[in-house]
Every structure is written in structure tokens, then in C-alpha cells.
Design a protein. Structure first.
Length: 302
């Protein structure tokens, strides 16, 4: 009896070993699902299309470069970049980013950046183009010192809330100390008196751009309570006319708030969610402001 049980046990063990071996052989002959899908994928069936268009600066400065890209990935694809009235200076290793140099000023003032996608299967998409407005570059002989003085023009936003500039500038180290920006907006539109501050630092760049990192701008008083505000913005400078010009888009913020006043109350500003200073250097400071007509219902941060 014991011998029979022993023989049965040996047979079961042998069957298990044989069954395991068969399964192992079967698995070794079967392609894993991911590899099988890759092998079955027909790259020739893909019809490529540049998705979302070209992304990059819509305004460029003559003689300088800017980067342009596409906002997606596709395995196995490459992208080919060309430019009209500009030069493709370099392309990233994955071909998704092109550095474009605007060496010459186009006769029309517009350069064109174009990209196509070619798939692993060799199919190429229709070209997609992006127009870039090129601004002439006229350097400042004295650098940042050429932007010192009083500025005339406009500061604010919309038909009812655009005010005459009260902006003045002076050099502070390697930056411009800017005073008077946003005064008309905060006193007339926002209805608060400035009791402290009013000057901030603006970064001057030789490529024709300026930058205003977010920082304190002034303290106001409303119903006997003080309120601090911050500013953030960016723009360009132009020295190709009879006097230097600045074009700066910016907004004014409560400290810690992600959304500025102009963005919050854009409906009062012709739907435009930022303020703009469009100014030219002169020897006279203007203190006049326009009168607005649309009443404002504001929410005061407490």
C-alpha cells in the first residue's frame, strides 16, 4: 500500500514538472503585450499634424534671438524648422525647440517661423507658421543712462481710465528707479491716496527689453487704514525715434494675491486685464490726469 502511494506521489511530481516546463516554453514563444503592441503599430498609418501651433514671443528685437517650440511630444517624430526674414540659429536635440536669430529688419516688419512634423513612418505634416513682429534695434549710446528723465505719454488702461504719465526715472546701481507709475490708476480709478513709497526698481536689458520683478510699489490710505501694494510687469524700450520710448505692461497687486487689480476689474478697462505705460522721454514732467466717467464698485481687501 505504501508503495502505491509513493508511486502516485512520484507521478504527481513528474506531471507538475512537465506542466511547468510546457507553460515556460509557451511563454518563451509569446511576445510580451507591450512589445507586441509596438510590433503591430503601423507608423505609416499616422497622419501628422502640428498640434497647438508654434509657441514663442510674438515680438522680437532685431539682432537678437528668441526660442520657439511646439507644445507636444510624439514618439519617433522629428520637427523641421525654417524661417523667413530670420535665421534658424540652432535646434534642440529632440528638434522640438528652435532658436531663431532676427539679424535683419524685414521690409514688412514681420518675420515668419515655420515648422513641420515628420513621423517615424516618414510622413510629413502640413507646415504651420507663426508671424513675429520685429522691432528695429537702435542701441542707447550711454546705456541705461539714456533712459533717465521725465516721461510723457499715457499710463493706465481703457477709454475711461487712461491717464497722462507722471513717470520719472533715474539710475540706481545697474537698474532704473521708476517713480510715478500707476499713480492715476490708484488715485482716480481705485480711489486711494498714496501716503508712502511710489518708487520701484526696473531691470534694463541691452536686447531692448525691460523687466519689473514683483515688488513693493506704494502704500495708500483708505477710510483711515493703510494698504500696501506691489507691482509686476515687463516691456520694451525703443531708441529709433527722436527720443527713447518705453512700452510697459504691468499690474498692481495686493501682497500675496496672484491676480492683480487690472486683471480683476478688466470689465472696467475695456476688457483688458493689465495696465500699460506708453511713454516717451522728455524734459517735462506731466501731472495732469484725465477724468474718468464710469463708476467703480470695488472690493477692499481687509
Amino acid at each position: 500500500m505504501e508503495q502505491i502511494k509513493l508511486n502516485m506521489m512520484k507521478k504527481n511530481i513528474l506531471f507538475t514538472i512537465l506542466f511547468t516546463a510546457v507553460i515556460a516554453m509557451f511563454n518563451s514563444c509569446t511576445t510580451p503585450p507591450i512589445e507586441a503592441a509596438q510590433e503591430a503599430y503601423d507608423y505609416n498609418a499616422i497622419i501628422p499634424k502640428v498640434l497647438g501651433g508654434v509657441k514663442g514671443p510674438a515680438i522680437a528685437i532685431q539682432t537678437f534671438t528668441a526660442d520657439y517650440t511646439i507644445g507636444y511630444y510624439r514618439g519617433g517624430s522629428t520637427w523641421n524648422w525654417t524661417a523667413t526674414d530670420a535665421t534658424v540659429k540652432s535646434v534642440s536635440a529632440d528638434t522640438r525647440v528652435a532658436t531663431i536669430e532676427f539679424t535683419q529688419y524685414p521690409a514688412s516688419g514681420i518675420a515668419k517661423v515655420t515648422v513641420t512634423e515628420t513621423t517615424m513612418g516618414g510622413k510629413t505634416s502640413e507646415p504651420v507658421s507663426f508671424d513675429v513682429t520685429v522691432k528695429k534695434y537702435c542701441p542707447l549710446p550711454n546705456g541705461i543712462a539714456g533712459l533717465v528723465g521725465s516721461w510723457t505719454g499715457t499710463d493706465g488702461q481703457g477709454a475711461d481710465y487712461t491717464f497722462e504719465s507722471q513717470i520719472t526715472t533715474e539710475v540706481s546701481g545697474t537698474k532704473l528707479a521708476v517713480s510715478g507709475m500707476g499713480v492715476g490708476f490708484i488715485t482716480e480709478f481705485w480711489g486711494e491716496a498714496i501716503v508712502d513709497g511710489g518708487t520701484f526698481m526696473m531691470t534694463f536689458n541691452v536686447d531692448g527689453t525691460v523687466d519689473i520683478p514683483r515688488q513693493y510699489i506704494f502704500t495708500t490710505e483708505y477710510e483711515g487704514e493703510p494698504y500696501d501694494y506691489e507691482i509686476k510687469g515687463a516691456g520694451t524700450w525703443d531708441n529709433c525715434g527722436s527720443a527713447p520710448k518705453l512700452l510697459i505692461d504691468y499690474d498692481i497687486y495686493y501682497p500675496g494675491e496672484a491676480k492683480g487689480l487690472a486683471a480683476t476689474y478688466a470689465s472696467y478697462l475695456d476688457g483688458i486685464g493689465h495696465l500699460t505705460a506708453d511713454i516717451e522721454l522728455s524734459g517735462t514732467k506731466s501731472a495732469q490726469i484725465f477724468t474718468q466717467s464710469t463708476p467703480l464698485t470695488k472690493v477692499v481687501k481687509r
